[in-house]
Design a protein around this ligand. Structure first.
Ligand SMILES: [Zn+2]
Length: 301
């Protein structure tokens, strides 16, 4: 089966009292896992976090960046997923090789590698139009460490948004290949009537499993249609999403420059250069002698 391009859609139903978004993120999750060389369970955890960041990022108007930071005591130690309004995402895991025994046969035990901990959500807006607002911080304790449940809990308690979040990542039998990833986020608006809400809840209980449908090649729109059953869906937009890091050689030079002259002179003398590795994508930046010397050279105006 040909793999479909990663994409995200936003939609509404029931006179806009239900807001929905869904994403197919197979390729970007596969790339992130390849770069971080993650174990199967860590792949599922990182993939769910990246997919969740994309979905959450698109629920807030005018949002530019969203960071989900899972700080946890389980073997994975911590996960960061950062998404922006342009649909790009990157992530970091503290211990990429963390594993845990499955309790349900055939199901990776993501909750066990996260364990107890906290979810921090940081939302930023306004930078691109020169009106940077104070970032918004929200923090909740982890409910299960399964990520979808934790995001649902976060939305309900910190943002007062009632929602259903479904996330799925399928790791192939080789333990490495990511053959399906994606998810959906369905929110109900404050004005929704009781009957519609009940109908929606009944539908969602019957919704097919996200991972199964993604493996069968379902698109974001199909996932939503099947999740909400009899409701009519109005698709507002469809956009591509991708893995992309914000690191660059220039940024690496800025980081080293910020260490101060003494430190840079020391690197030059002892190591004849500096090597920086980006925690988010694994890219390696080699700053050779010439670069370090140029940092130390007095700036002529
Ligand atoms: Zn990077």
């Amino acid at each position: 089966m040909e793999r479909q391009e990663d994409h995200l859609i936003q939609a509404t139903a029931a006179d806009s009292t239900i807001r929905l978004s869904a994403v197919v993120s197979t390729n970007l999750v596969a790339e992130a896992c390849r770069r971080h060389r993650t174990s199967p369970t860590t792949s599922a955890a990182l993939g769910r976090a990246l997919t969740g960041a994309l979905l959450l990022g698109h629920t807030f108007k005018d949002l530019e960046y969203i960071t989900l930071r899972f700080e946890c005591r389980g073997p994975v130690g911590g996960i960061i997923a950062e998404a922006n309004a342009h649909g790009t995402v990157r992530g970091y895991v503290r211990n990429p090789l963390a594993e845990a025994e499955s309790v349900v046969p055939g199901k990776l035990n993501v909750g066990a590698i996260l364990g107890r901990g906290t979810l921090h959500v940081i939302r930023e807006a306004g930078h691109e139009i020169g009106l940077a607002k104070e970032p918004y911080f929200g923090t909740v304790p982890l409910i299960s460490g399964e990520i979808a449940e934790d995001l649902t809990h976060y939305l309900a308690t910190s943002e007062q948004i009632n929602s259903a979040v479904g996330l799925g990542v399928y790791v192939g039998p080789d333990g490495e290949s990511i053959t399906a990833a994606g998810g959906y986020l369905i929110q109900v608006m404050p004005g929704i009537d009781e009957e519609t809400l009940e109908r929606l809840e009944t539908q969602l209980q019957r919704a097919p499993h996200v991972t199964e449908r993604l493996r069968q090649g379902a698109s974001a729109e199909e996932m939503l249609l099947e999740a909400i059953g009899e409701f009519e869906l109005t698709v507002l937009n469809r956009r591509p999403v991708a893995f992309k890091c914000t690191c660059s050689f220039e940024r690496a030079v800025n980081i080293v420059t910020a260490l101060g002259e003494e430190e840079v002179a020391d690197m030059l003398e002892k190591d004849r250069g500096a090597v920086l590795t980006c925690h988010f994508c694994g890219e390696v930046f080699n700053l050779d002698e010439e670069v370090l010397e140029s940092i130390l050279r007095p700036k002529v105006n």
